[in-house]
Structures are given as structure tokens and as C-alpha cells.
Write a protein that binds this ligand. Structure first.
Ligand code: FAD
Length: 220
């Protein structure tokens, strides 16, 4: 049963209208499926596409890249409304982080390549920082990305990666200069469809967040 909550004082009329439409969408497409997704250990891939069609995935993405151009506060409402349904499985919070990395740091070509597909659900994003050796200390990642002409060769493994079974666009923290400390860590965008040397490990069993696909990833 959804939590009874008050509306935050920063909500505009647009925020309120968006909240209503997200609530309706979640009531028909998310809440009835939560138990099934918990049993499966993963959210239906088709739910991402439906959320794209409902305008949820692209709410913050600029109109020129297929979104509504409404800004990050609308993603906050999506995540708030998801929590209100007591769902912890759908990994949109992570996809939202990746969307905003691309918006902030991507080139025009990169924005045009990835944002429209993230808005429709054709692409699902993951953020891969944590490694078997540790998660908090990101500057110590061991996964390396070595550039050769126009390609990066990635070597290493990641663990506890949300959306790990589903994602086909991975924002990966890797060492591009092993002598430069934190400045030697780069975010590499990896398109995984038919990517040679990329392998997903098992969907990890957890005490909570059971419908979330949390996974090891291998780059060899
Ligand atoms: C359900 C789930 C989903 C996750 N999804 C993702 C994801 O999508 N992408 C991703 O990259 N990672 C993900 N993670 C990993 C998560 O980010 C890491 O678990 C977290 O960063 C901590 O890393 P660690 O578990 O390796 O612990 P460690 O970094 O080894 O830390 C162990 C303990 O030591 C403490 N500690 C560490 N350093 C210090 C310090 N300098 N001073 C004081 N205390 C310290 C920590 O607080 C912790 O209690 C996920 C984890 C879970 C459980």
C-alpha cells in the first residue's frame, strides 16, 4: 500500500501534474508486478520501454535529444514516487545518474547518440565503479582502459552493479593513467551489445533490494 505523504514546497504546478501521471503509471504498471519481480530477481525489460513511452525516462532530457526538457527535479519526483510504492527493484535512479553525467560532460555527438535511446528505454544504463577489491575508494580502481589508435582496451572486473543484467550502456570507472591518482580515473561509456570480451556474471542474491539485478561484470 502506498505511503501517505505530503507534497514538498518546491513543487510547481508542472511538478504536481507530473506526480499525478507518474502515480497513475506506477499504480498500473509497477505496483502489481513488484512481488513477481522480487521472485524473478529482476524487473521486466519491457517495463523500461513502457516508462519511456510514459515520458518518465526522458523527463529530464532536453527536447532536442528526445526528452521533455523538464530538468533533474522531475527525476527526483520519479524516484520519490517509486519509493512511495515501496519498490526498490527498478534501477532508474542509477540510469538517472548516467543521464546527468552525459548531459553535463558528454559531447554533442555523445548526447545525440545515447540520450534519445535512454529516453525510450532502448538503452538501459549502469554505473560501474565498485570492484571486488573495494567500492568507497574509487581512485583505487584496478580496471584499466588503455588507448590504442581510436579504441580503448578495457581489462578488469566490477561487482554489485545495479542494472547489471539489463544494461547495454555502461558508464565505467577505469584507470587511464595509473600514476595520476584520482586524476587518472576516467569514465568510459561502454556499449555492450555484441561487445567482444564483455561478460556478465551471476545476478547476486541479496538480503534486500531483491528485484534489483545486481551483478558482476567482466572485461577481458
Ligand atoms: C544493492 C547494491 C547495489 C549497488 N549498486 C552499485 C552500482 O550500481 N555501481 C557501483 O559502482 N557500485 C554499486 N554498489 C556498491 C557500493 O557502491 C559499495 O558497496 C560501496 O561503495 C562500498 O564499497 P564496499 O562494499 O567495497 O566497501 P568498502 O569500500 O570496502 O568499505 C567497507 C567499510 O569500510 C568503510 N570505509 C571505507 N573507507 C573508509 C574510510 N576512508 N574511512 C572510514 N571508513 C571507511 C565503509 O564505510 C564500509 O563500512 C552497490 C552495492 C549494493 C549493496
Amino acid at each position: 500500500m502506498p505511503l501517505q505523504t505530503t507534497t514538498s514546497n518546491w513543487y510547481s504546478e508542472e511538478h504536481r501534474l507530473y506526480t499525478e501521471s507518474v502515480r497513475k503509471f506506477f499504480a498500473s504498471e509497477l505496483t502489481p508486478n513488484i512481488e513477481r519481480w522480487i521472485d524473478a530477481g529482476i524487473v521486466d525489460r519491457g517495463f523500461w520501454v513502457k516508462a519511456g513511452e510514459a515520458g518518465i525516462l526522458g523527463a529530464a532530457i532536453e527536447e532536442e535529444y528526445g526528452g521533455a526538457g523538464a530538468g533533474i527535479s522531475f527525476d527526483a519526483i520519479t524516484i520519490y514516487e517509486q519509493a512511495r510504492c515501496s519498490d526498490s527493484g527498478w534501477g532508474f535512479g542509477i540510469q538517472s545518474i548516467v543521464i546527468h553525467y552525459i548531459r553535463a560532460y558528454g559531447t554533442e555527438d555523445q548526447k545525440a547518440r545515447w540520450l534519445p535511446k535512454l529516453a525510450t528505454g532502448e538503452m538501459v544504463a549502469a554505473l560501474a565503479m565498485t570492484e571486488p577489491g573495494g567500492g568507497s575508494d574509487v581512485q583505487s580502481v584496478r580496471t584499466s582502459a588503455a588507448k590504442n589508435a581510436s579504441e580503448y582496451f578495457i581489462n578488469g572486473s566490477k561487482t554489485f552493479i545495479t542494472n547489471g543484467q539489463t544494461a547495454n550502456l555502461i558508464c565505467l570507472a577505469a584507470k587511464t593513467d595509473k600514476d595520476a591518482g584520482a586524476s587518472g580515473v576516467s569514465l568510459i561509456m561502454v556499449e555492450t551489445d555484441s561487445l567482444e570480451g564483455f561478460r556478465r556474471g551471476k545476478n547476486l542474491k541479496k538480503l534486500g533490494l531483491k528485484a534489483q539485478d545486481t551483478t558482476e561484470l567482466f572485461f577481458e
